[in-house]
Design a protein around this ligand. Structure first.
Ligand code: TXE
Length: 475
């Protein structure tokens, strides 16, 4: 069985206290690897390495840093098949999805920030005849990047790429449920020519090494993606030392279908926004709100499409959905489906575990729930959606805004004015009109309300990972 290691100062090393935890393959339910359960000593070694490396990396020309990151992007592309296989075995997602989305996007993240840093310029304000101000943006130093299990390398690289591009050294921790592709990345960072200590990757539990990274006085900024409950702890811990913090948390996203929409497109894309990656994407539209006049028609067509979804072995090209990430998560999803029934919901499709080894669950559609019940308010983060009729545009907006979350929203309409009106009224950081999950990496990414603070993406991320200093010159 494979035993993976931490990556510190450009070398793969065993955890100082020799503790390991099992990593389970969701597709089979069997132990697949052992991962370090890192401790303070491992973190201290990573901090020492990062401190040493910072003077080299931050002083390196932007062009040179950019070239190393482009090389890393090339290497990920070259290793696409191996990486996709690991990601799929580690997470339970279909192999085709890891190949088509997760790994290419990880490479794009490095490529995007390798280019973005070359084009990033300081702001200047000129008060004619009086003064000139310019804002210098310096790297912060050592930063902590903590990522979740649903899109392992995609979200890991989404954080570390801007941090590295800006000239920071990184101590990163992938989720203990999905450590494999982050583990492999160390080797490629070396091959790309990244100096030792610039990128350090520690594995282990969130409450242990994750919390220690946030608490360590050497980490000056924390970028975290994960659950809202954990985000609260991370935010509170970071606040004690006035650290910069970016929190990308959960969602309970509305998918609003107006009667004037292109129904074919709305149905087709709603199936994707409900069940892609087993519904384990923070941007999935888990509450489908449908205008009353087309409710029956939408429901009929949506259910017909749901019946075509094949759930199965992640390695099988025919599987549209694979396994959920863990046995605990499977229990959580199942408990919400039971709760929905207690709350008066009717299961229109699915609603059960699939009787085979591994953590498989049917795509599940539920109706006849109150907008304020727990099933419609709490994040399930699995293949479960609710169908909810609405009467007027105002109703749709009120229901959309009724949860504590505000991450993303999809609106289906052919009325241009309504598209703008509803977009502006919905409290979500990301709005998609007549599409879903379409991303331009230059745009600000993140949520309102309990979905987090701060924005990732484009120059927002480069600003987050830098310390602004205003220089004023009197003319
Ligand atoms: O995530 P956690 P979990 C949601 C989803 C899911 C729930 C819990 O609803 O069911 O969160 O999932 C690390 N200090 N999302 O428990 O705990 C942890 O090791 C520092 C939405 O798996 O938030 C992992 O690396 N770090 C989400 C990362 O935080 C800590 C994606 C995320 O784990 C820590 C995942 C601590 N005290 C879950 N405790 C999204 N927004 O995409 C844990 N960690």
């Amino acid at each position: 069985m494979q035993k993976i290691q931490n990556f510190i100062n450009g070398e793969y090393v065993d955890p100082a206290e020799g503790q390991y935890i099992d990593n389970i393959e969701p597709g089979t339910g069997k132990v697949f690897a052992q991962i370090p359960n890192s401790t303070q000593e491992d973190l201290d070694q990573a901090v020492e390495a990062a401190k040493e490396a910072f003077s080299v990396w931050s002083a390196m020309s932007v062009d040179k840093r950019s070239k190393i990151m482009h090389k890393l992007a090339d290497l990920i592309e070259k290793n696409l098949d191996d990486y996709a296989l690991m990601e799929s075995r580690d997470n339970g997602k279909p192999l085709w999805l890891a190949k088509a989305v997760d790994i290419p996007r990880a490479s794009t993240n490095f490529r995007f920030y390798a280019s973005a840093i070359v084009n990033f310029s300081s702001e200047a304000q000129v008060s004619e005849g009086f003064m000139v101000n310019y804002t210098r943006r310096a790297p912060i130093g050592i930063v902590g990047c903590i990522s979740p299990w649903n899109l392992p390398l995609y979200l890991f690289s989404w954080k570390i790429a801007p941090a590295l591009a800006m000239g920071n050294c990184v101590i990163a921790k992938p989720s203990e449920l999905t450590p494999m592709t982050a583990f492999l990345l160390g080797k490629l960072a070396n091959e790309a020519g990244m100096p030792p200590g610039v990128l350090n990757i520690l594995h282990g539990e969130g409450k242990g090494i994750g919390q220690a990274i946030v608490e360590h006085e050497a980490t000056k900024a924390i970028s975290f993606t994960g659950g809202t409950t954990t985000g609260k702890i991370v935010g509170a811990t970071a606040a004690q030392q006035f650290k910069k913090v970016s929190l990308e948390l959960g969602g309970k996203n509305p998918n609003i279908i107006f009667a004037d929409c292109d129904l074919d497109e709305a149905v087709k894309t709603s199936v994707k926004s409900s069940f892609t990656n087993q519904g384990e994407i923070c941007l999935c539209g888990s509450r489908i709100l449908i205008e009353e006049s087309i409710y029956d028609e939408f429901k009929k067509r949506f259910l017909e499409e749901c019946k075509k979804i094949i759930v199965g072995d992640p390695m099988d090209a025919k599987s549209i959905m694979g396994a959920l990430v863990s046995s605990d998560h499977l229990d959580k999803v199942d408990s919400y489906v039971k709760l929905a029934q207690e709350e008066g919901g009717t299961i229109l499709h699915g609603g059960k575990r699939i009787d085979k080894e591994g953590f498989y669950y049917e795509p599940t559609v539920i109706e006849a729930l109150d907008a304020n019940c727990r099933t419609n308010q709490e994040e399930i983060f699995g293949p479960v959606v609710t169908l909810n009729p609405f009467k007027t545009e105002e109703d749709a907006i009120n229901i959309a805004n009724s949860t504590r979350y505000g991450l993303s929203c999809t609106i289906w309409t052919t009325d241009l004015k309504r598209a703008h009106r509803v977009s502006h009224a919905v409290q979500s950081g990301i709005i998609w009109v007549n599409c879903w999950l379409v991303r331009d990496l230059r745009t600000p990414f993140g949520g309102m309300k309990d979905s987090g603070i701060g924005r990732e993406g484009g120059n927002d991320a480069l600003r987050f990972f830098s310390e602004p200093q205003n220089v004023c010159i009197k003319l």
